[in-house]
Design a protein around this ligand. Structure first.
Ligand SMILES: [Zn+2]
Length: 294
């Protein structure tokens, strides 16, 4: 088993310092899932994006036991903006990439606990029959409509899941607007949420500012990215931080992440990206400072 510095620091150093602070400004855990399957990943646990169905079921049960209830992204943004100080434990559950196991495995577990979630889909990979994306089956429009009727929310994860940072501005505009239009035509509901594909280029301030304008122009109201931590008032509502979750999040680490003991990673994550940018390496390959492959 590979040594996990992030786990060690979280549990041994940060967790003992994190105190429940009633009356503190809200910091909301937004969980980031991808696939829910038994597939084995050979990369370091930090970079894995797969959660085994048995582990996912335990995590949902743990959320219930800890007294959490789920809210939508829109509600999360409202809570953060209003700085409503409440003792209630709220969580947002998100999934990226539109995999079909959301329908077959995750949704029944969520429903059993009375939880809802938001799934972000790359619309080019969603069809009337199940398409494949990154080697996995994708949801169909019929399944998405069924899930939506059952209370799940859907957001855009662009059309083609490109590195938005690497393509031209007019292409970025197309990715944002066409995915939204397609979803709205297919689902008949307004799409307001967006998830940035791949590692978020937070160190490129000019790009982030422009992307923000493009999202606003396209009509998005809230969004998430791969920056690590719980979402709070310091966060742009279009680029909310999330907590990456996978099969390696056992009871102890999962609880620590929810409580804020994983938030410290935002800083090294940012510094690694700065370092990478400064070294002139292309951001799409090589050094894994990208931290997550959402
Ligand atoms: Zn993705």
């Amino acid at each position: 088993m590979s040594f996990r510095l992030d786990r060690w620091v979280t549990l041994k150093v940060v967790k003992p310092l994190v105190k429940d602070q009633p009356g503190a400004a809200p910091a909301i855990p937004i969980l980031m899932y991808h696939a829910i399957s038994d597939d084995i990943e050979s990369v370091h646990p930090y970079y894995r994006t797969n959660t085994a169905p048995s582990v996912f079921a335990l995590q949902m049960r743990q959320l219930k036991e800890l007294g959490y209830y789920t809210i939508s992204l829109e509600e999360a943004v409202g809570t953060i903006k209003a700085e409503s100080r409440s003792a209630e434990r709220v969580v947002v559950i998100t999934f990226d990439d539109g995999y079909r196991d959301f329908y077959t495995v995750a949704a029944p577990v969520l429903k059993a606990h009375g939880f809802t979630a938001t799934m972000f889909i790359p619309t080019a990979h969603i069809n009337d029959t199940s398409a494949r994306f990154k080697g996995r089956d994708c949801l169909t429009w019929r399944e998405i409509r069924e899930l939506e009727s059952a209370g799940m929310q859907f957001g855009s994860h662009t059309v083609n899941h490109p590195q938005l940072h690497e393509i031209k501005d007019f292409q970025v505009q197309q990715e944002l607007s066409q995915s939204k239009e397609t979803m709205e035509q297919r689902l008949g509901t307004e799409i307001r949420s967006f998830a940035y594909p791949y590692a978020f280029p937070e160190t490129d301030k000019a790009f982030v500012a422009k992307l923000r304008d493009r999202l606003m122009e396209a009509g998005y109201a809230n969004g998430v990215c791969t920056m690590i931590g719980r979402a709070d008032a310091s966060n742009d509502p279009l680029f909310l931080k999330r907590l990456p979750i996978n099969s390696c999040d056992d009871r102890e680490l999962f609880a620590a992440k929810l409580a804020g003991a994983y938030d410290w990673l935002a800083r090294p994550q940012y510094l690694l990206k700065r370092l990478k940018k400064g070294s002139g390496r292309p951001s799409t390959k090589g050094f894994k400072a990208s931290i997550s492959n959402a």
